[in-house]
Design a protein. Structure first.
Length: 322
């Protein structure tokens, strides 16, 4: 959360059962680095040890319920600025310490996957060499006002703990651009990386022609997981076309988001109740699509929290998502 609570949804067994009723087998949990680290004056009721314990307990509950969990660095900020919004890149001040601590907490649990940063967008969202250099190497970057921790720095922080977990890396352009993902891939001693891809109807790459040219070739080289998809309308034709395209390539996906903040399609809220899992109009499009598939059960009782189906450790991609 953003310093005023640990979660905006329920974190108990009944609400987990509601998630599973949609045939989901994975949950993605957006985390706040400053709440996790307990810094910058965030209320200790919702940060530090209390926050870490709540997250760890929820991950355990999801695991025991047969779900995988993706942990995603979502909210961050440099220096003494409070992390209440999404930044273009992770900050060097706190993000490495965040991932070192998270990895130390969950290492040894292969059903927990680390998504190093939600949506990178350096160099003003451009698909440029400067953007990709910043993405991998960090430092001083165009379009970013602070010192950046690149993906290599964050990945090294994870691996230095001994954690062997699968790591997800979203590309530039809000994780929608994959053009140079392989060329700028950080070095991983475990060779256990996946590409995270975000696809919305308003994304730059939002049509089958682009998917075939930008994403399909990468899918033949490395596992790709759509850790966010959705739309700002209720255009079931567009969404089904994307999900069918992903199904045909055995590529998993997670819908944004399992929230009840509005019934408007533009809000991208999937449900109206966390216990009944009653879908919004937007959510019903996604739920109906999931109901046509067959979820792969989680292995070994492990799991995760935000919206995908069918992930196993070590380069196996989830099939469906919530």
């Amino acid at each position: 959360m953003q310093g005023w609570g640990i979660s905006d949804g329920e974190m108990d067994q009944a609400s987990v059962d509601a998630i599973k009723s949609w045939r989901a087998n994975v949950v993605r949990m957006p985390l706040n680095e400053q709440c996790w680290l307990g810094i910058n004056g965030v209320n200790p009721l919702y940060s530090g040890a209390n926050y870490r314990t709540a997250i760890a307990n929820y991950v355990s509950l999801l695991n025991q319920s047969g779900l995988y969990v993706i942990l995603d660095l979502h909210w961050s900020a440099p220096g003494e600025e409070v992390a209440t919004r999404q930044m273009p890149m992770p900050d060097l001040d706190h993000a490495p310490a965040f991932w070192s601590s998270v990895a130390s907490t969950f290492k040894g649990n292969d059903a927990v996957i680390f998504e190093l940063f939600n949506e990178p967008w350096p160099d003003s969202q451009r698909d440029s060499l400067a953007a990709w250099t910043c993405w991998r190497d960090g430092g001083t970057c165009p379009g970013v006002s602070f010192q950046v921790a690149g993906m290599q720095t964050l990945l090294s922080a994870v691996r230095a703990t001994g954690a062997t977990n699968v790591v997800l890396l979203g590309g530039v352009g809000y994780s929608n651009t994959l053009s140079r993902w392989l060329s700028y891939l950080p070095a991983d001693p475990r060779a256990n990386l996946m590409a995270a891809w975000h696809v919305y109807n308003f994304s730059v790459c939002n049509n089958p022609t682009c998917w075939e040219t930008a994403a399909a070739p990468l899918m033949t080289q490395v596992p790709v997981l759509v850790t966010e998809t959705g739309m700002d309308s209720c255009d079931g034709v567009w969404w089904d076309s994307l999900l069918d395209w992903l199904d045909a390539r055995q590529t998993g996906y997670l819908a944004w988001s399992w929230n009840k903040w509005s019934i408007e399609c533009s809000s991208r809220a999937l449900v109206t109740n966390y216990y009944t899992a009653t879908p919004t109009e937007y959510g019903e499009i996604y739920r109906r699509h999931l109901s046509r598939g067959s979820a792969e059960p989680a292995r070994g009782g492990s799991s995760y929290r935000k919206r995908t189906l069918g992930m196993t450790a070590r380069h196996r991609a989830p099939r469906f998502a919530i």
